[in-house]
Ligand binder design. Structure first.
Ligand code: SAM
Length: 329
């Protein structure tokens, strides 16, 4: 098992399949994009499949989430998902995506074994979408969402980040849209993970502000039926339920004590936290002919060294060198 010295066990593997993205969300990367990883440095589909197999068969991984960058940019995504779905015990398989192109691929992804999906949608206003992502793709995201629901990847979850003076007033409209379409919305507090290092504590929209905005239009109540466990989102019933809304308050209400996640970057580095300042290199081990056990041993050592918390609220906090797009959100 993947245990750390604070008694936590990592069972949820987040795999970044690429650092590339077809949007330029301002809380993530600059409008001109980034210097992408050179192709030879990115894990091949077979290498990803092998590491997922080692995680599941030898290290107790039970859930695998594919993310990026934008994972739909990987042409071999269906094969990667099928390989994970063929494992025993079969892990739960999910995908985090911006939804662009999902209208054409949702059914194939489901057929390959995808169980659940999260689609990112920060605004319903085309001009705000353009400003926030530097692309004109809102309609593509909305049709991707609809295709995910039609393919039965339910409950479709929607991730939204609110930014001051941009989309901060959209919390109620986003919730209304998600309720109308049967999607489950979760707001994510903006974290210091942008490549530009522009995040400011004083400017971020806090969970308290989100609750305040929602409370003006909806009644939120305790969701005692659903146990939170290691889930990042705190969920609430909307207007008595059964619809729910979640808030991932990584900054103002950290949940590191219950964290069960471990991350594999697109270039084969294991990170024990989004905010880790160091990584362990599995790619060079794989490529030097290491055995599964040697790979598993390095992976175990990476998780064993996990710190008790992300430290965002400490005066000595240093943002990680890699941005969210390169770590995998
Ligand atoms: N491209 C995919 C997508 O858009 O969902 C997957 C990768 S993206 C990095 C995963 C999630 O991280 C998205 O929901 C995005 O909104 C969120 N995210 C990115 N940067 C963030 C930041 N600085 N703070 C909070 N959430 C962030």
């Amino acid at each position: 098992m993947l245990t750390d010295s604070y008694g936590r066990i990592a069972t949820d593997l987040r795999v970044s399949l690429t650092d590339r993205c077809n949007l330029r969300c301002s809380y993530c990367m600059p409008p001109e994009g980034l210097d992408w990883l050179p192709k030879p440095e990115v894990l091949t589909g077979d290498e990803v499949a092998r590491l997922v197999r080692i995680g599941v068969e030898a290290l107790g991984i039970r859930e695998v989430r594919f993310t990026g960058g934008e994972p739909l940019l990987r042409r071999d995504l269906v094969a990667i998902i099928a390989a994970a779905a063929a494992l025993s015990p079969r892990p739960e398989i999910s995908l985090t995506t911006n939804g662009i192109g999902l209208d054409r691929r949702a059914a194939a992804l489901r057929d390959a074994g995808l169980d659940r999906i999260n689609v990112s949608l920060d605004t319903l206003r085309p001009e705000v979408f353009r400003k926030l992502t530097h692309r004109d793709r809102l309609d593509d995201v909305l049709s991707g969402l609809a295709a995910a629901a039609a393919a039965g990847l339910t409950p479709v979850k929607v991730n939204a980040v609110l930014m001051r003076d941009l989309n901060e007033d959209e919390a109620p409209a986003l919730l209304r849209y998600c309720l109308d379409h049967g999607y489950e919305l979760r707001f994510i507090e903006q974290m210091p993970l942008d490549a530009q290092h522009g995040w400011k504590r004083a400017e971020m929209i806090t969970a308290e502000e989100i609750f305040g905005a929602l409370a003006r239009e909806f009644a939120l109540s305790d969701d005692s039926e659903r146990e939170r466990g290691a889930a990042p989102a705190e969920t609430f019933l909307v207007n008595g339920g059964p619809a729910r809304v979640g808030v991932i308050a990584s900054v103002t209400r950290p949940f590191c004590g219950a964290c069960d996640r471990v991350r594999l970057t697109a270039d084969g580095q294991i990170r024990n936290c989004l905010f880790a300042r160091s990584e362990r290199d599995l790619r060079s081990l794989l490529r030097s002919g290491a055995t599964d056990e040697e790979v598993a041993a390095r992976w175990r050592a990476a998780v064993a060294a996990k710190l008790p918390g992300h430290g965002i609220n400490d005066p000595s906090f240093l943002q990680p060198d890699r941005p969210m797009s390169a770590i995998g959100g």
